[in-house]
Design a protein around this ligand. Structure first.
Ligand SMILES: [Zn+2]
Length: 489
């Protein structure tokens, strides 16, 4: 076991300024700071430590990825570390798009030492009933079910609380969460900027899923001979439109390329030099199920079969999402003197601020509003925070070539989810709460350019459906941590 190497002062510092007494073996005990919603009897891990694997700048300014293991006992921490390197450090973040945009990311590994090895298992019958369940006493209490229809992997009743508890202390500022289960088979699901995988996954599958999570890219594969009869897809890489003048990705289609261009192959004769993942036209088939009636940009993109690079259309979306986080981009929103990270929960149509935490240093948001959920915070007439939540409210099973797919994603839509809002501290300190509004909306139209000053919910260009609002607040409505920021004594 090699936990000792993780806990230098620098590593702890960059992970969020954690300073706590270390045990003699170099690990820290988390038992003293678990959130109150975990009882003492549930304290679920032997030890915990944090290691920064990729570091490109202050965590609020980068897309900080926190990776956490479950079911790795004291003797298996090296195996976990190796898996993290294979999937992320030397996998995703060393290859094509994510390798080239590595400076937009931080990667922080959390080692939670589980009491037992492996994770719990569940077996379902054809009707969806659990017919066999084996529990394991692991750090996060996850389960492996190995069943495509049940998203392969699943949380136990306290998994989310345990994960939140560990990360709020060890990597308090993070955007993407990856949970790695100690099971050798294939399994993976994701949504709302969290991905849960078992050891049988490969990095290209993660890259495909990050395309959904970060860019709201659609699936470019088609697994059935069905005909798409829906409205124009909101995903930037799918369309029903065959008109060259108004095509979403018309900017990159050559004048000599016929539209449509083909289906599973270029309609002959295929021009010499045509590249299956990089030469753009209009190919029929996509959106998971549909062989007809919906079109994708290239023959075979990463959003089709995982292994190829992102096509130029998908890459342009991912470029836009990462651009402001790149190390070369100027830092900071607000005045750079700190910001507050709010965790907001949507539950049964109601918004609630769960927690607030103040950070020093700069933060960056993309400032883009894509289709799907988006949030806005305003104080009176001023917008003080804005962000997209591309795959909030979705839980999606993965599949992988060579093992079991790719097959269509099985999608569950939880009716409750949390999202993060970052606001410059100066905006909140002494703010008039009666003027503060938090809006969660669903956006139907794509609009990558700068937004107008009207509230998101009233923007005629966005095709907005209001989901929930938080307004007419008083101090008593806020968690204590936020009260202290808004109304310091
Ligand atoms: Zn693509």
């Amino acid at each position: 076991m090699s936990l000792r190497a993780f806990t230098t002062a620098k590593e702890l510092d960059v992970a969020g300024g954690i300073r706590r007494p270390m045990r003699s073996d170099g690990t820290s005990s988390l038992r003293s700071w678990l959130r109150s919603d975990l009882s003492a009897s549930e304290v679920p891990w032997l030890a915990a430590s944090v290691t920064t694997l990729i570091w490109n700048g202050p965590p609020g300014s980068r897309i900080t990825v926190a990776v956490v293991g479950d079911g790795f006992g004291p003797q298996e921490q090296d195996a976990y570390n190796t898996a993290v390197d294979r999937l992320l450090t030397d996998g995703l973040f060393a290859q094509d798009f994510f390798g080239e945009h590595r400076s937009a990311f931080n990667l922080v590994r959390v080692n939670l030492v589980s009491l037992e090895s492996g994770v719990g298992t569940k077996t379902y019958d054809a009707d969806g009933n659990v017919i066999r369940k084996i529990d394991r006493d692991t750090a996060l209490g996850t389960y492996y079910n190995g069943d495509w229809a049940h998203l392969w992997v699943e949380d136990g009743p306290s998994t989310e609380a345990r994960l939140t508890s560990a990360l709020s202390e060890l990597v308090p500022e993070h955007r993407l969460k990856v949970v790695v289960l100690n099971r050798p088979e294939f399994g993976a699901c994701g949504g709302n900027w969290r991905t849960t995988v078992s050891l049988g996954i490969s990095w290209p599958t993660l890259a495909h899923e990050f395309g959904h999570a970060m860019g709201r890219l659609g699936d470019e594969y088609h697994k059935r001979d069905e005909t798409y009869r829906g409205i124009e897809p909101t995903e930037p890489n799918l369309t029903t439109n065959t008109d060259r003048e108004t095509l979403k990705w018309g900017w990159i289609v050559g004048a000599e390329t016929p539209l449509p261009t083909g289906g599973d192959d270029y309609t002959p004769p295929k021009p010499s030099g045509w590249h299956n993942s990089q030469s753009v036209g209009l190919f029929e088939g996509g959106h998971g199920s549909y062989r007809f009636g919906v079109y994708r940009p290239v023959l075979n993109c990463r959003m089709n079969s995982n292994d190829p690079r992102f096509c130029p259309v998908c890459a342009s979306v991912m470029e836009a999402v990462t651009a402001k986080h790149l190390a070369a981009a100027p830092l900071s929103e607000g005045d750079g003197t700190g910001y507050v990270r709010l965790v907001v929960r949507l539950e049964q149509g109601v918004l609630r601020v769960l927690e607030a935490r103040e950070f020093d240093g700069p933060f960056v948001e993309t400032g883009l509003v894509t289709q799907g959920f988006a949030h806005e915070v305003r104080i009176g007439d001023r917008r003080v925070a804005l962000g997209s939540l591309p795959d909030a409210g979705v839980s999606r099973g993965f599949s992988e070539i060579g093992t079991d797919g790719p097959r269509e994603h099985v999608v569950h839509r939880p009716d409750s989810f949390d999202f993060v809002v970052r606001v410059a501290s100066a905006e909140l300190r002494g703010a008039d709460l009666s003027q503060l509004t938090v809006d969660l909306v669903s956006v139907g139209a794509d609009r990558g350019d700068a937004l107008g000053e009207v509230p998101l919910r009233e923007d005629p260009a966005l095709d907005v459906t209001p989901i929930a609002s938080l307004a007419d607040l008083s101090l008593a409505d806020l968690p204590m941590s936020l009260r202290r920021i808004v109304a310091p004594e």
